[in-house]
Design a protein around this ligand. Structure first.
Ligand SMILES: NC(=O)c1ccc[n+]([C@@H]2O[C@H](COP(=O)([O-])OP(=O)(O)OC[C@H]3O[C@@H](n4cnc5c(N)ncnc54)[C@H](OP(=O)(O)O)[C@@H]3O)[C@@H](O)[C@H]2O)c1
Length: 382
């Protein structure tokens, strides 16, 4: 059995996402399982080269996980012909320049979302990658979450009948950082550093809606900065200049209405940090990250409004769970598809243009909030 090595220059792996989801739970897991199998039996084996600005941090990370190769010299890494992929999971604002350098060096590129902080930069990256004929992709992890895969199956099986609406509830309380340390990086709350929940989450909602329920045609979005001051990683108070909540409504092709509340200033009393309720004429489903519960028409209760008596119906009954079917980490599944694509097997449609579509929706969301207007979402051309 032959092996095909793919050298990956991994940037931003000292951060939360880069380290946990991409290095540890994806690339190192893929190595542990003996690579990714191609149809002809060849095993594609990723070989990471960790890159970061802080030598001590990168070295410690590499040692901890038994990764042999690490450096602080990105130019030298990009000059290495044998490392054909550049991956970036650093903070968003750095991404366009990094990706541009990698594309210019002839690397295939894969990166976290958002692709950039503006549509213009995103399209510029897409055009550059296309012109250089390199392979490219953007993380769209939610598509491989068990909860969402179950929704997709239900949709494909016609369970919903005619799709009517989708309600997304995303969020949790992110501590301000004074009494209790914050569980997210402080740059997320500073617009000047690429922060903001509209940019962060609307790119996710774009691919979730486009892929599962219908292409997004128009939106209205109201943002808010509910918590005006926060405390950073060094305990220093700063002004939160970015939006920490977004209340957005989307019109989809086919007439489906979607509404997503996204907030870092909300306390959770629902099944999961993200829940999606999908209602159709034949049945409804509520999915979290992993679980999914359904209620078909035949089991739909018939409530009658009467505030004078205690509610006689337990609305949590009458739902049953969609069984599990052996799911893997969502980031890892997408990595495997990208590695196969680089090795020449299979298309990869979650590319920089798709990434640009996410940024487009975020940019329009921001504009809709500022102008207090519904806005159409023009179709981006390849
Ligand atoms: N797909 C998802 O669900 C998801 C979820 C969360 C975040 N994200 C995205 O993932 C990206 C990273 O987010 P995160 O939460 O992991 O952020 P984070 O924990 O703050 O990590 C930031 C990373 O960027 C590096 N970095 C920051 N400034 C740098 C500079 N000037 N030069 C070189 N490196 C620099 C940091 O290096 P040091 O360690 O040296 O500081 C660190 O590796 C963002 O684009 C974010 O939108 C995606």
């Amino acid at each position: 059995m032959s092996e095909r090595r793919i050298g990956i220059i991994m940037h931003g792996v000292t951060g939360r996402m880069g380290m946990n989801q991409h290095l540890v739970r994806s690339i190192l897991e893929i190595r542990k399982q003996g690579g990714v199998a191609l149809k002809d039996g060849t095993r594609v084996m990723p070989d990471p080269l960790l890159v970061g600005r802080n030598a001590a941090k990168v070295e410690e990370l590499a040692k901890k996980h038994g990764v042999e190769r690490w450096t602080t010299d990105l130019d030298q890494a990009l000059a290495r012909e044998k490392d054909e992929v550049f991956f970036d999971a650093a903070s968003t604002q750095l991404r366009p320049r990094l990706l541009k350098r990698a594309i210019a060096a002839g690397k295939h590129v894969y990166c976290e979302k958002p692709l950039a902080t503006s549509l213009a930069e995103s399209m510029d990256l897409y055009q550059a990658a296309k012109k250089a004929r390199v392979k490219h992709g953007v993380v769209q992890d939610k598509l491989w979450l068990p909860g969402l895969l179950k929704l997709q199956k239900l949709r494909d099986a016609g369970f919903f009948g005619r799709l009517l609406s989708v309600r997304g509830e995303f969020g949790y309380w992110v501590f301000e950082g004074d009494r209790e340390p914050a569980q997210r990086p402080s740059w997320n709350y500073r617009k000047q550093d690429g922060g903001g929940i509209i940019l962060d989450m609307l790119c996710h909602w774009r691919y979730v809606l486009d892929n599962l329920f219908g292409e997004v045609k128009a939106l209205s979005c109201l943002g808010a900065t509910h918590i005006p001051y926060r405390w950073d990683e060094n305990g220093k108070r700063y002004r939160a200049t970015a939006d920490d909540a977004a209340y957005a409504t989307f019109k989809l092709a086919g007439g489906v209405i979607a509404h997503f509340n996204s907030s870092w200033a909300v306390r959770v009393r629902r099944d999961d940090l993200l829940t999606l309720q999908v209602d159709g004429t034949h049945g409804s489903a509520v999915a979290g990250l992993r679980r999914c519960l359904i209620q078909p028409y035949e089991r739909t209760p018939k409530p009658v409004w009467n505030p004078d008596i205690p509610q006689p119906i337990n609305f949590f009954e009458g739902w049953h769970e969609v069984p599990d079917a052996g799911y893997d980490n969502a980031f890892k599944v997408q990595w495997e598809l990208f590695l196969k694509h680089v090795a020449g097997e299979g298309a990869f449609r979650w590319n920089l243009l798709e990434g640009a579509r996410g940024v487009q929706l975020a940019e329009l969301g921001w504009r809709s909030w500022q102008r207090k207007k519904w806005l159409d979402v023009p179709r981006l051309k390849a």
